[in-house]
Structure formats: C-alpha cells, structure tokens
Design a protein. Sequence first.
Length: 464
Amino acid sequence: MEPTAANADLQRAAKDHLWLHFTRHGVYRDHDVPVIVKGEGAYIWDSNGRRYLDGLAGLFVSQLGHGRTELADAAAKQAKELAFMPLWSYAHPSAIELADKVASHAPGGLNRVFFTSGGGEAVETAWKLAKNYFKLTGKPMKHKVISRTIAYHGTTQGALSITGLPLLKQQFEPLVPSTFRVPNTNAYRAAEMTGGLLDGSDPEAFGRWAADQIAVAIENEGPDTVAAVFLEPVQNAGGCFPPPPGYFQRVREICDEYDVLMVSDEVICAFGRLGHMFGAERFGYEPDIITCAKGITSGYAPLGAMIAQDRLMEPFLEDGAMFAHGYTFGGHPVSTAVGLANLAIFEEERILEHVRDNEGAFRSTLERLLDLPIVGDVRGEGFFYGIELVKDKATRETFTDEECERILFGAVSKGLFAEGLYCRADDRGDPVVQLAPPLICDQSHFDEMEQVLRVVLDKAYALL
Ligand code: PLP
C-alpha cells in the first residue's frame, strides 16, 4: 500500500477493528489488507491506484458492472422519498412493483415473492416454508431436506445444514438436523463418483444416475419425512457443475412422484448469469421454489428473495393463517427500488441477449487454456466458469493438501491478483479457479482473463 497518511490510517483501522468474512486474519499480521476503493465498468481499483479486472463480479453480484449512476440515483431517490418501511403487514410501492416484475419473469406458477436481505435468508425461508406448507396440508412429518455434496447454500444454521461442505460445518455442529446429501453432477469425476459404473462419456446416463440418487435418498429417509430438495442450476462450489441433459427433468419427475418440493437455489444463477433471468428457464424445468439474491440489484443494495408457486401460498390465504417469518430489512425500499432500476437496465441494454451472444466466445477463449498441462477441465455455462487444476492431466490426479496451500492459494491466487485479475481460487472440492465476470464484459475482457491466467498457471505448474 502506498505509504500515505490516509492509507496508513486505513490499514491500522482495518487490522484493529474490521473482522473480515471467511478470512485467515493471520495472513494480515505481516501483509497489508487489500483495500478496494473504486469501481468502473468491469474494473476495480485498490487504494494504491492499481486496476484489476473484476473476474468474479464482486462475488457473483455485479451483473451490470460498477459505477452505474442510474442505480445510485434510484437508491438516493428512494431514500429521500421513503427510506424505510418493513413488509410486516404493510407494503410499499417498490416492493410491490418488484414482486410483480420478478413474478412476470419467473417460470410458470412461480408468482409469490417473499423478500429477504440476502441469499442465505432466502434458503432459510424456503426450508421453513416447505415445513410449514406440509404441516398445513396434512403431511406434518415432511420436514427433511436433501441437497448435493460440496454444494454451498449459505452460513445461517439452517442454510449451513443444507450445505454439503463438511469442513465449513464442523466448527458449528450440531447444526439443524434432518438434512442429507446426494451426489452432484461433476461429470469430470463421474468414474470416481459412480464407482466405475460410468465414465462420463454418456452425459444422459450420468445425469439419470445422479438424479436417481435423489429417489434413493428419499426412499432411504422415508418419503413421508422428506420436504424438499435444494439444487443449484449450475453448482458453484467444486467449480461449476452444469447439469447433464435430462437431469432436471428426471429430478422433477422424482419430486412429483414423492411429493417433495424442488427448490432451485439460484442465488448465483439467476439474473443473467446463465443468459436467462432464471437458471431453471435455461435448463427447461419448473421448480416449486426459487431462491435468489446477489444479481437482483447488481450489488447496489442488498436484497434476496424466495419465489414460490401459487399453490404453496394457498394455505396461508385462509382466515387466521400466517407464515410466521420475516426480516426487518427484507424488501428494504432502497433495495427494491434499485432492483427495479436494475431490471429496467437489463431490458434496455438487452443484457440477457448479450450474455447469450457472447457465451460461446467466453467458453472458447477459456478453452484455449486447455493446452496448459495444469488445466484439467474448463466447464460452465453463460458467464459462469470453473477451471479445474490437476497435477497430471492423463490420470486427472488432483493436488495434495500441501499443493493446494502452496500452488492454489500461494502461486495462483496471489499471482492472479498481482497480475491484475480479481477472481477466486477455491479448494472446497478439487482445486479450481472460478470466473464470473460482470455481464457487460466482451471479448476484450475475455482475452485479458485468458492472458493473465495463462501466465500465472504456467508459472504455477513449474512449482508442482
Ligand atoms: N446459496 C447459494 C447457491 C450461494 O452461492 C450463496 C452465496 O454465495 C448463498 C446461498 C448464500 O447467500 P448470502 O451470502 O447472500 O447469504
């Protein structure tokens, strides 16, 4: 960091008072905390004036990029007019209008929008709704949740219980009981996952197998006890696992057969990330509930939502009935006003079309990296990609824990930032680099990402 007095004060205060999220604070005993001070378009700047390409849209959030005055103005206008009103028995216009807008985009009968402050709260809300709905409709034992291995669904105790990452959970056990894991759709590791039964060369067969594991889990737990299955359209943790063809159609059949609610956790995949308003639309399925957040405001204010099928609200429309659940800041007027302005820009600037028109170019630019010996797999959809790193491409041998520390977090993560690319190295499954740039990016940004990755990954391989 530049040794100016202001920077020194910021560093001191950051180190003494700010508790960062998911951060090894020990790292900052001898190093500066990176401080990001400004954003414009697809770029961010740190307090030293260095520029970085925002290859992760913040955290899968900044769909329209940084520095959009229209969104800042929408927030200011709303704050001046009505800064706060909760959605507890009262409504306010921007929440009503955004609910109407979101419902108009959501598939089929997904017409009821319950706002939250973020994604984890949306996941909590969906689980509570599933339990409450079945209690009111004569199946009071249905309460359990099935989700997929390595999937991330949030940090609150219910959402964390649904999360399939044991290392994230162990410090907080016991969590909310009654959640169970089934395999994800990691086609690159199909042989290991299926015990050699399938090798991933027949995607339909692998998808059928993976979906059928949900039916097996429901049978094992007892269909009368299972309320919901939570799945992302493209699973993020583990490095972008798209669904094999037919996967979600088979999951839909299973959910219908066992009367289990299908929850599409679209906290990342909604609002253009996959070139559609909702990921479910991209893959042609209609869930019972969608959870979303992040891109709904492009990050100019915090907001999340649970979108439910009409039939799930019906029991709550009876006299005296109530879904006894809510958040003070869920559907905050400033956030919903920003959400409306955000979706208006999506239409004006044809953001979904832009992603669909450019996703092929993004894919083929990243696939150029497959010539590097350390790049095992490049996978994803839309503007959402994971690059899996391997020690040996032929055997698909992955890194040891020591190599993850030294190569992934040492060389790759630090190297990318030093070379001007902000993105994420992740070892929650096998080691991956995750890319999810703002949806306004074009070929020049794709090339920049590829060039930085090529330099850094090449150097990293030499250290293996
Ligand atoms: N669900 C999914 C699929 C997510 O990716 C996330 C966050 O990244 C969450 C839930 C939790 O969202 P939040 O951090 O807004 O609580």
